[in-house]
Write a protein that binds this ligand. Structure first.
Ligand code: S3P
Length: 175
């Protein structure tokens, strides 16, 4: 099994923020599955959804997961909120579910200085009722695939990284 650290969780929970802070604190590299897909097809996520449809995006996620499993080691991987549904993710590394209540996620997003942009780039966050239904549907699924769960509600990136270091028993403080 590859020895990556895979961060999963709902849109906007702070997977990328946690990954970057953890990279800074440990000296490990980090990559983000949405960024890999955007670079691969040279389109923004919302353009892929609008022009090619969600099934096409999910296929790109599976392709990305297969690449990670074969070629990526000892790396922190932040993922899109639906990436946990790919096949064989457990063979790629230890999976950590970053948890927050939906209200916690939405209030942090709405109070962010770039709130409009952060919401606009996420096609599945456009309709509040649908987002809530998706959150409720996914919560048990995230917990089902995760090896670890961390409650990150109200934490900043460095605090999340601290929790990850403790939970995963990682050597901290990059030199
Ligand atoms: C998605 C989450 C997004 C992005 C895409 C689909 C999802 O990533 O992959 O819009 O299905 O939850 P973030 O979790 O970074 O918002």
């Amino acid at each position: 099994m590859a020895d990556n650290i895979i961060l999963i969780g709902f849109m906007g929970v702070g997977k990328g923020r946690a990954a970057r802070a953890l990279a800074a604190q440990t000296g490990l590299y980090t990559i983000d599955t949405d960024n890999l897909i955007v670079a691969l097809v040279k389109k923004k996520i919302r353009t892929i959804f609008a022009e090619d449809g969600e099934p096409c995006f999910r296929a790109l996620e599976q392709r990305t997961a297969d690449w990670l499993r074969h070629y990526v080691h000892n790396t922190i991987v932040s993922t899109g909120g639906g990436f946990f549904m790919v096949n064989n993710l457990g063979e790629t590394g230890r999976i950590v579910y970053l948890h927050s209540s939906l209200d916690g996620i939405l209030s942090a997003l709405h109070s962010h200085p770039k709130a409009t942009r952060k919401i606009r780039k996420r096609p599945l966050l456009q309709d509040a009722a649908k987002a809530r239904a998706l959150y409720d549907e996914r919560l048990p699924l995230y917990r089902g695939v995760a090896d670890y769960e961390i409650n990150v509600e109200g934490l900043d990136g460095d605090e999340m990284a601290g929790q990850l270091i403790k939970t995963l028993k990682l050597p901290g403080a990059a030199g």
